[in-house]
Design a protein around this ligand. Structure first.
Ligand code: RIB
Ligand code: NA
Length: 309
């Protein structure tokens, strides 16, 4: 059986505290709510693609612990194949400590744990799913070597690739750019990768071109409430794609909602212009920011306007 979207990436248990503001170093403050959710950029992106209607598989590693068991059930509940989800005794399921302030911003510490044990052997076992997919998606919450290997494996077999360099690292192997059909990052990741500051749409256009010159087919720089900028090697004029204005309750995972939706469009509407895919993915992500939580706020196909399909 072939999948339309395959994600090789992370799973994290999100431990979320909502507080009026972020604490300072050494400070204790009262928050008003705590909850546990399913997160991790890889899994979040896979869940959004699945909820749009993509046939998906997740290639990942969780611990042989309660969080890992629960996560596997969560994939099943979302209709995602768990054929390539492995459990290990050697490390705990990844965890993310998240603080969300009253303006909907977040600060996150991840402990990747079992995610870092996903390697070459696991990729070999998932090879048929990866090389027969329509779209492969990778991030940087697993070992960079594993992400790069998966991207190359896909590319060599004419599978479209989306790479999300998140969380950003200052030194990224130049092969990542060459292996990316779509290189999709947010403003802070773009800054970290290029050393250029991104505070406006114009800056995003410039940084997008800079990243494009490193060898990707397309670059998308996401800009939160400002939408995104799309740059393509076929037409070097960056295009700003604005989005609708919404009230943000929790922006955690909005970028993942965007990428999951983009993966769905690339797999199911391959002839659609990239700008149009980005416009639609902006609208899906805008739904996600209006409610609290990460995956809990990601819309299903039935919740979205039919014009998006
Ligand atoms: O992008 C949001 C995600 O980042 C959260 O779900 C958290 O797990 C971290 O990985
Ligand atoms: Na949300």
């Amino acid at each position: 059986e072939d999948f339309s979207v395959v994600v090789v990436g992370s799973c994290m248990t999100d431990l979320v505290s909502q507080a009026p503001r972020f604490p300072k170093a050494g400070e204790t403050i009262h928050g008003h709510r705590f909850f546990i959710g399913f997160g991790g950029k890889g899994a979040n992106q896979c869940v959004q693609a699945a909820r749009m209607g993509a046939k998906t598989a997740m290639v990942c590693k969780v611990g042989r612990d309660v969080f890992g068991n629960d996560y596997i059930q969560n994939f099943k509940n979302n209709g995602i194949s768990t054929a390539y989800v492995e459990q290990t005794e050697k490390a705990a399921t990844g965890a993310a400590s998240i603080i969300v302030n009253d303006t909907g911003e977040n600060a996150i510490v991840i402990v990747a744990g079992a995610n870092l044990l996903l390697g070459q052997e696991e990729l070999q076992r998932a090879q048929s799913a990866i090389i027969n997919a329509k779209v492969l998606v990778c991030q940087l919450e697993i070992s960079p070597d594993a992400s790069l290997q998966a991207l190359k494996m896909a590319r060599e077999n004419h599978v479209k690739t989306i790479f999300n360099p998140a969380p950003a690292i200052a030194y990224l192997d130049s092969d990542f750019y060459k292996a990316s059909d779509v290189f999709c990052c947010n403003e802070s990741e773009a800054e970290m990768l290029t050393g250029l500051s991104v505070t406006s749409v114009e800056d995003a256009c410039q940084v997008g071109l800079e990243l494009l010159n490193k060898g990707c087919a397309s670059v998308i720089v996401t800009l939160g409430s400002q939408g995104c900028v799309v740059c393509q090697s076929t037409n070097k004029t960056p295009k700003h794609i604005p989005t609708i204005e919404v009230t943000a309750a929790d922006t955690t995972g909005a970028g993942d909602s965007f990428i999951g939706a983009l993966a769905f469009y690339m797999a199911h509407y391959p002839a659609m212009p990239m700008e149009e895919m980005a416009r639609r993915a902006n609208l899906v992500a805008a739904v996600s920011v209006q409610t609290v939580g990460t995956q809990t706020s990601f819309p299903f196909r039935k919740d979205l306007p039919t014009e998006l399909f």
